[in-house]
Design a protein around this ligand. Sequence first.
Ligand SMILES: [Zn+2]
Ligand SMILES: [Zn+2]
Length: 109
Amino acid sequence: MEQKRFIKNDNSFICANCGKTVEPLGYSSRNHCPFCLWSLHVDENPGDRASECGGRMYPLRVEIDAKKGYVIVHKCEKCGAVKRNRAAHLAKVQPDDIRLLIKLTTGNI
Ligand SMILES: [Zn+2]
Ligand SMILES: [Zn+2]
């Protein structure tokens, strides 16, 4: 029997850090919690769910990209991998906490 160990693309999930229920984004796969911005190390490339790690990823900092806007830099607690993920603060459903994003920025604003 194949076990479904990881979250399927854009389903609702329970955040591994704060325990809140996160609803699907709708337009793209959501890969982090909008409340605490933590993520899970399940992707090699955004949305592919190809990583075997499964560790929790915390928001290291937030960068401001001229094209992408807010980009959250996540670091894996388990293996130390660093990934960049576009923030979803403009989402209609449960947008990312903008105050938390600003708090984590490197001060370019
Ligand atoms: Zn959370
Ligand atoms: Zn990892």
